[in-house]
Ligand binder design. Sequence first.
Ligand code: KG4
Ligand code: ZN
Length: 337
Amino acid sequence: MEELYLGIETSCDDTSCAIYSPVRGVVVHRTAAQLDHEKYGGVVPEIASRSHMRTLLPLYDTVMEEGGVVLSSLAGIGVTNGPGLTGSLLVGLSFAKALAYGSGVPLAGIHHIEGHILANALEGPLELPALVLVVSGGHTQLIAMEAIGRYEIVGSTRDDAAGEAFDKIGKLLGLPFPGGPSIERAARGGNRSAFDFPRGLKYSGQCDFSFSGLKTAVRLKVESLPALTPDVVSDVSASAQEAIVDILLEKSLLAARVRGARTLYLAGGVAANGRLRELMQERLAATGVRVRWPRPEYCTDNAAMIACAAFHHITAGRVDGLELNSFARGGIVSWAA
Ligand code: KG4
Ligand code: ZN
């Protein structure tokens, strides 16, 4: 019988379920975005967890029905157990535990960042060892991946994450939440060199990032401008996006050189950014480094990546019991020998 893995992801404001087959790839994937947060300009944790409670069970039913899958026939269940919003994580985790308890199907708790990294495995076999640039709303890291389950942090942000910078700048410009896609849209037709925004830690010689100075520089610039006309918003968006993408590129180039990497994977919501992909492709290819990324729906939060990660954990014999807990913070850890 075909081995199928169920993935559940509720770490932030997206409720997602998916079925993954190691042979066929993603069988079904459904993500329900929560739109209730838009009017608050950011994710409201209490609203997020209540919304997961309403959405998760019907979403699970849909995915199982569309995949033609019965619970007891699953080879494993993967669930994001951290990092993220505790209330949100607990909805997915409790649900996954109940499914595992009721059916006897093995359960694996998945680190959200490892899920983002393994989203690349949904596009084909990974070329390893590799370097991964994780750029999401909560994380910005360069990670050396020797094998699936073996990770070493090469650089991290010292303050804001790249996605957080997009979101905060989007808010300053009065653009809809989340800021990343809004800024990318507004930047089209804008002048990338209209404003010379700072590239944090550019000359540090290290692979760490800093985005809080950029956010402040954009705020000061916006406050000094007579009016936020659509043209000005376009120019600020294009210039700020360029500053973010440029420093992500510079640090990736540095890390690739230091580590002798041949392949760089992009992961996380910001990896959906077209300008980031374009510049990475152009500049890294010139140095002989291959750049790969997941399709946009697997860059942002999704359960397909969690189901795929569960396959790797469970087939390697790494499973969790019902004592599995959630965690709000904490870096990725290696689990494979
Ligand atoms: O990975 P993700 O869905 O959730 C977290 O784990 O945080 O990432 C969400 C982040 C948000 O900050 C959002 O603004 C950003 O990814 N993002 C983008 C784009 N699409 C999503 N940033 C830049 N360009 C995009 N196209
Ligand atoms: Zn994420």
